[in-house]
Ligand binder design. Structure first.
Ligand code: SAM
Ligand code: SF4
Length: 349
């Protein structure tokens, strides 16, 4: 009996050449082993390059994956699709009350995946130790400046002290290495980068500076306005001695530099020198859609499949088919590039 006869939504037919087991591959031979899971599209900051001041129309509650639905998909990802690393993100994942429970459930999967979190750090001071006990391995805290006025301008909230407290708690909880993700403001960003690196070296955090991408809800991103990785590198080299890190880069997006023997800094040239050829990511949104790329224009609705009674094999096949269709690259620099409808906050960065 076919899935359609069972009254389940029709799946795309098996695609010629697509493996039905083994790694989660695409037609370019890349295997996705790193799953990004958005737990919510809601957030308590309003970073200008991400969300408008008034926020967004949040996804309705009934469209969000329920914890048991999410843990089922996580089990399929790890045990059937070869996912070895799970990163929880959002929106702001600390806004999701079930975060600790989902981390704990993920930690029971075998082979146990590495479990990481990307957060703005607000409220982390009270939850870092609990998250560590639940099974969280590492954390990335987003912080674009250590200047309180710049922070309030960029995030539209006066919460720098909360983020700094969160960072300290993450380090005290042993979530090491604590990484700091920065997207630079076009006006103040180069100065912010120098101060941020100084701050991170002093506290033992690993700084990662990321080029701003066209994923803002307001579609305000302009080619040439965002600070480029080359500009960041040139500015940091005026203040620090940077030498290329000898470790092989693999699929890591950051180009790593050693800084005066005191630590490292990573520079992520997502737009100007993309690393799509080595991409190993697959994404699950809070409303249960698979995205094969941040910049995908199509999604695969696993929530609908789940709620229509699909078995694990059908969900696995739908996920494989979604990834098989992954494009070679994000195409931001192509003349016909179109920004995806979903903003970063609703995809999960
Ligand atoms: N709220 C959490 C946070 O800020 O870390 C997690 C979600 S946020 C969307 C994940 C990461 O995406 C953050 O480091 C953020 O700075 C980054 N981000 C958001 N919008 C971006 C954009 N337009 N270009 C590049 N990075 C962006
Ligand atoms: Fe919120 Fe993160 Fe977007 Fe800032 S980047 S508005 S913290 S989701």
């Amino acid at each position: 009996m076919t899935i359609t006869e069972l009254g389940l939504p029709s799946l795309k037919p098996l695609t010629p050449g697509m493996p039905t087991d083994g790694p989660l591959v695409d037609t370019f031979g890349r295997a996705a082993t790193d799953l990004r899971v958005s737990l919510t599209d809601r957030c308590n900051l309003r970073c200008t390059y991400c969300m408008p001041a008034e926020g967004l129309d949040w996804l309705p509650q009934e469209q969000l994956l329920r914890p048991e639905e999410l843990t089922r998909l996580l089990r399929i990802a790890v045990t059937r699709l070869g996912i070895t690393s799970v990163r929880f993100t959002g929106g702001e994942p600390l806004v999701a009350k079930h975060l600790e429970d989902v981390v704990a459930a993920t930690a029971t999967l075998r082979p146990r995946p590495e479990i990481t979190l990307t957060t703005n750090g607000i409220g982390l001071d009270k939850r870092a130790a609990k998250l560590k006990r639940a099974g969280l391995d590492r954390i990335n805290v987003s912080l674009d400046t250590v200047d309180a006025a710049h922070f309030a301008h960029i995030t539209r909230r006066d919460r720098l002290a909360d983020v700094l407290a969160g960072l300290r708690a993450a380090k005290d909880a042993g979530l090491s290495p604590v990484k700091v993700n920065a997207v630079l403001d076009p006006e103040t960003g180069l100065n912010d980068a120098v101060e941020l690196l100084q701050f991170c070296l002093e506290h033992g955090y690993q700084l990662r500076i990321i080029e701003q991408m066209p994923l803002d809800a307001g579609h305000q991103w302009q080619r040439g306005r965002a600070i480029s990785a080359d500009d960041v590198l040139a500015t940091l080299q005026q203040h620090f001695t940077l030498t290329p890190d000898p470790a092989p880069r693999g699929s890591a997006p950051a180009e790593l530099w050693q800084v005066d023997g005191r630590g490292t800094v990573g520079i992520i040239a997502s737009v100007s020198h993309n690393f799509c050829a080595a991409c190993d990511r697959t994404r699950l949104t809070a409303d249960g859609q698979i995205r094969n790329c941040l910049f995908a224009t199509e999604e695969t609705d696993l929530r609908r499949l789940l709620r229509s009674g699909a078995d694990d094999a059908a969900l696995e096949q739908a996920w494989r088919t979604a990834m098989w269709a992954k494009a070679a690259g994000h195409g931001i620099n192509d003349p016909d590039f179109v920004q995806p409808v979903r903003p970063m906050s609703a995809i999960g960065g």
